[in-house]
Design a protein around this ligand. Structure first.
Ligand SMILES: Cc1ncc(C[n+]2csc(CCOP(=O)(O)OP(=O)(O)O)c2C)c(N)n1
Ligand code: SF4
Length: 329
């Protein structure tokens, strides 16, 4: 039988986390109407619904407006170096596979300076969720073209318009060995955004989610055509993927049934240009995670960690002299 004291402790342990438990005391400093706000809301909702313990959840980012997200979460966070979020997240996961790891990055951060890390993170397939906030411009540094900026886009670095066709983050990711989860969504579809973020979190492996994100400050009309005309969004539906509610189905009538196991069709869908595909393009839960392949080599049991730390601390400890020893010498 439990003592009243034990019962009281158990109650504390099982206390439900509310959405406020995941909000930090720093108010978001993104511009009004910035799509990053909607992405943050979806993540906080996910943490609440999955009851993720803040002390076991880590948000890692690089540099950019989007990379400010860890500051707004009440969890562990690492707002690090431009383009380098993924190697940091991989280090965390390798050492502590029990933690829930999320990476937030921008199109400059991921597809430009961080592109090499992105490709290898897909190949390593570590169990984490990556959100690419793709606003197709450098926001924080005030409007330089990014690799995903549309051809012809005028910016501070391309005053006559971008010369090159944009890089497609979906087809790139789908082309990497060991790819295991690829999805796309838009910040102006909050229910689908939440659904995809949840499915990405629940996938065992590296989940790559590209979120088309509005930047009203520097590209205010970039996605207007698609926001105003839902028929130009193609929603990829499947019992193993996104399933729209009856009311959303009326809004988003342009739907395609696509089995996320079909990689060839995923690549075709990812290449659409006039319509924006939204949904889970590809999922393969059989790809092994790198941290599992290295499982046996990880000396991370609490006992071993304590032994290693004790040995390190011992090197710097000045032990008090035993009474009488100094006098005898
Ligand atoms: C090594 C290095 N190079 C350049 C910069 C300057 N810089 C900071 S953020 C950024 C681009 C941010 O764009 P993006 O990743 O698309 O994020 P957004 O601000 O749009 O969310 C650049 C070039 C930097 N901080 N460090
Ligand atoms: S500059 Fe753009 S990306 Fe940055 S906070 Fe403002 S709207 Fe968002």
């Amino acid at each position: 039988m439990q003592s009243p004291h034990t019962e009281c402790l158990l109650k504390l342990v099982h206390e439900e986390h509310s959405i406020q438990d995941y909000q930090s005391n720093i108010p978001p400093r993104w511009c009004t109407g910035c799509g990053d706000n909607g992405i943050l809301t979806a993540i906080q909702r996910l943490c609440r619904d999955e009851q993720l313990e803040p002390e076991n959840t880590v948000f890692v980012s690089g540099i950019g407006c989007s990379s400010r997200l860890p500051h707004y979460m009440n969890a562990y966070g690492f707002h690090g170096l431009h383009g380098r979020a993924l190697p940091v997240a991989e280090g965390v996961k390798m050492r502590r596979p029990d933690l829930h790891v999320f990476v937030t990055t921008g199109d400059g951060d991921c597809c430009s300076i961080g592109a090499a890390h992105w490709i290898h993170a897909v190949r390593y397939n570590m169990n984490m969720t990556m959100l690419l906030h793709d606003n197709q411009i450098y926001g924080l540094t005030k409007m330089q073209a990014s690799p995903t900026s549309p051809k012809g886009q005028k910016s501070n670095t391309t005053p006559r318009g971008a010369y090159l066709n944009p890089l497609n983050p979906l087809t790139v990711t789908l082309g990497v060995s060991n790819v295991s989860f690829v999805a796309q969504v838009a910040d102006w579809m909050p229910d689908v955004l939440y659904d995809i973020v949840s499915q990405a979190y629940r996938h065992k492996g590296f989940s790559f989610v590209r979120v088309l994100q509005r930047c009203p400050e520097f590209l205010p009309h970039r996605f207007d055509e698609w926001v105003r005309d839902p028929a130009r969004m193609r929603v990829i539906v499947h019992p193993e993927g996104v399933q729209l509610s009856a009311s959303l189905s009326k809004t988003y009538r342009n739907q395609e049934i696509h089995d996320p196991a079909n990689l060839d069709r995923a690549r075709e869908i990812a290449s659409l240009t006039d319509e924006i595909p939204v949904g889970i393009l590809y999922r393969n839960s059989d790809v092994p995670c790198y941290e599992d392949l290295r499982e046996g080599e990880r000396p991370n049991t609490p006992g071993l960690i304590r032994t290693v730390l004790d040995e390190e601390f011992d090197k710097f400890t000045i032990w008090p002299e035993e009474p009488g020893v100094a006098a005898a010498e």
